[in-house]
Design a protein around this ligand. Structure first.
Ligand SMILES: [Zn+2]
Length: 151
């Protein structure tokens, strides 16, 4: 079982550039008087460094939360990128495989794109383009609105 806890909030600009090729693989981040060592050589951070905006709906990731995962007794520190939507809800930004892993898509950066979790869920394992995902998402919002309406 693992439990995740948020321990700090950062500006993406103070985090993501340290994931670039040539940077040390671990970077220390200070929160209050404590220093946390975070592994930075992750493909996901590099993707967000090059594009932090959902390719489908266009929401921009602008908050980086430092999390600690306690897996058994080992602590693992990592960042998640979030966007704040119009209702101030946090939306997790994810890396989407353009051709899904399911269908033989590779893990290479050329097969990855930034998507918010809502669009990514709509895309699923399909080959839908970002535009198609956005159309489906808008239809769902309209359907939800219509279902709520009582005339
Ligand atoms: Zn999106």
């Amino acid at each position: 079982m693992s439990i995740y806890e948020t321990i700090g909030i950062f500006d993406p600009q103070d985090v993501l550039p340290y994931s670039r090729i040539g940077c040390p693989s671990v970077k220390k981040f200070k929160i209050k008087n404590r220093v946390y060592s975070v592994k930075m050589n992750k493909r996901q951070y590099r993707l967000f460094d090059s594009n932090s905006t959902c390719v489908s709906c266009g929401i921009k990731g602008n908050l980086m939360l430092l999390k600690v995962g306690k897996y058994w007794k080992v602590k693992d520190y990592f960042f998640n990128l979030y966007a704040k939507d119009a209702n101030c809800q946090l939306i997790l930004m994810t890396q989407d495989h353009i051709v899904s892993r399911h269908k033989g898509g590779s893990n290479s950066v050329h097969n990855l794109q930034t998507m918010c979790e809502i669009c990514n869920r709509i895309k699923g394992n399909s080959h839908r383009t970002p535009k198609e995902v956005n159309i489906i998402r808008k239809k769902k919002i309209i359907e939800k609105y219509m279902a709520k309406r009582v005339d």
